[in-house]
Design a protein around this ligand. Structure first.
Ligand code: UT7
Length: 322
């Protein structure tokens, strides 16, 4: 039996920070509304940096943390809905920035669940015996797709990247990963591609922005989050009490609190950092795990579930033993 383990993590947020008060220059809002409805106080956003720049910085830190040679990496997968190009992908850009070997690299689009998707793929590819050491990344610059006139969405998102090196191991670290999706027929969460009306005229309309039916997404999130945790517990024949922590996608503190209440799991054991970063989509989970590890919130020997949901609609969860 081949096991996989997390051997290094890293994360990066751009320098520019925007507080709730700063947002008042764009839309009619206030700190009280944003904080009480979401738990967000501030978020970071790019100025000139692109998604690849954030991905590169987080990856360098994860590789240093893993204490491996870059030549050991034989698989790179990046989760992003904000790639810098149609092609090449962020994963190939990362390959050249990091001087990696000529290995397979690709991007995955599964919105805020993206990091669980890439963890699932890399985990299974290593467990198949075909690969040894994967660099997996969640990197997003959602503020570039944000409509800064729409107070329903512009207060929510931030930019970040999180990276992880996972490797074949004798320790059963990544014990299970599950993912699912269901077509978002009602356009609850959507950002359309550049709309080319007539290719022969080269008539390209403006890039679309993020559109979200917030309360519907809220209902989906509060249903799928506990369900994914319970599915993982049942599949692995363990009880909620066996978990030390849950590290959930940081979309809204109220979603995390509702999930904890429904699961009857203590909020003290639900990791929270949304206040500082907002919703960073596919970067949210690796950023949270990296911060939880670096601040010693998560320690060697801890068992935790990480869980995410997002556009698509998509979801995913992983059971991890450190
Ligand atoms: O990563 C996954 C993707 N996203 C999510 O998980 C988001 C899920 N949804 C949510 O987190 C919440 O639905 C929101 C935070 C987006 C909104 O919270 P809500 O409690 O569902 O508020 P609401 O949309 O029902 O709006 C309530 C009121 C409205 O005013 P009226 O119609 O009651 O007069 C909004 O116009 O709050 C108003 N409002 C605001 N007021 C001040 C909406 N946005 C703002 C704002 N500042 N930024």
């Amino acid at each position: 039996m081949i096991y996989t383990n997390i051997i290094g993590t890293g994360s990066y947020v751009p320098e520019k920070m925007m507080t709730n008060d700063d947002l008042k220059q764009f839309v009619e809002t206030n700190d009280e509304w944003i904080y009480s409805r979401t738990g967000i106080r501030e978020r970071h956003m790019v100025t000139t940096e692109e998604t690849i720049d954030l991905a590169e910085k987080a990856s360098i830190l994860a590789i240093e943390d893993a204490k491996i040679d870059v030549a050991d990496i034989d698989l790179v997968i990046v989760a992003t809905v904000t790639p810098d190009n149609h092609f090449p992908g962020v994963a190939q850009l990362l390959q050249s920035r990091l001087n990696l070997r000529e290995v397979m690299t690709f991007d995955v689009n599964a919105a805020c669940s993206g990091f669980l998707y890439v963890m699932n793929i890399a985990d299974k590819m290593i467990k198949s015996g075909a690969y040894n050491t994967a660099l997996i990344v969640g990197a997003e610059t959602l503020t570039r797709l944000t409509d800064w006139r729409d107070r329903n969405t512009c207060v929510l998102f931030g930019d970040a990247a999180g990276a992880m090196v996972i490797s074949k191991s004798e320790h059963n670290g990544i014990q299970d990963v599950i993912c699912g999706s269901k077509g978002d027929v009602d356009d609850l969460l959507i950002c359309k591609n550049v709309d080319i009306k007539d290719p022969l005229l080269n008539a390209v309309s403006q890039q679309d922005h993020i559109h979200m039916k917030g309360s519907e997404v809220f209902k989906f999130a509060t249903r799928i989050l506990p369900r994914t945790v319970k599915d993982l517990l049942v599949r692995n024949n363990i009880e909620l009490e066996d978990l030390d922590y849950i590290v959930a996608h940081q979309a809204n503190e109220r979603i995390i609190k509702k999930a904890a209440k429904d699961l009857k799991f203590s909020m003290d054991k639900m990791f929270l950092n949304i206040g500082k970063y907002g919703n960073t989509s596919a970067a949210s989970v690796p950023l949270a795990i990296d911060e939880a590890l670096k601040t010693k919130y998560l320690k060697k020997g801890d068992k935790f579930i990480t869980v995410a949901f997002g556009g698509g609609l998509t979801w995913g969860g992983a059971l991890i033993q450190l």
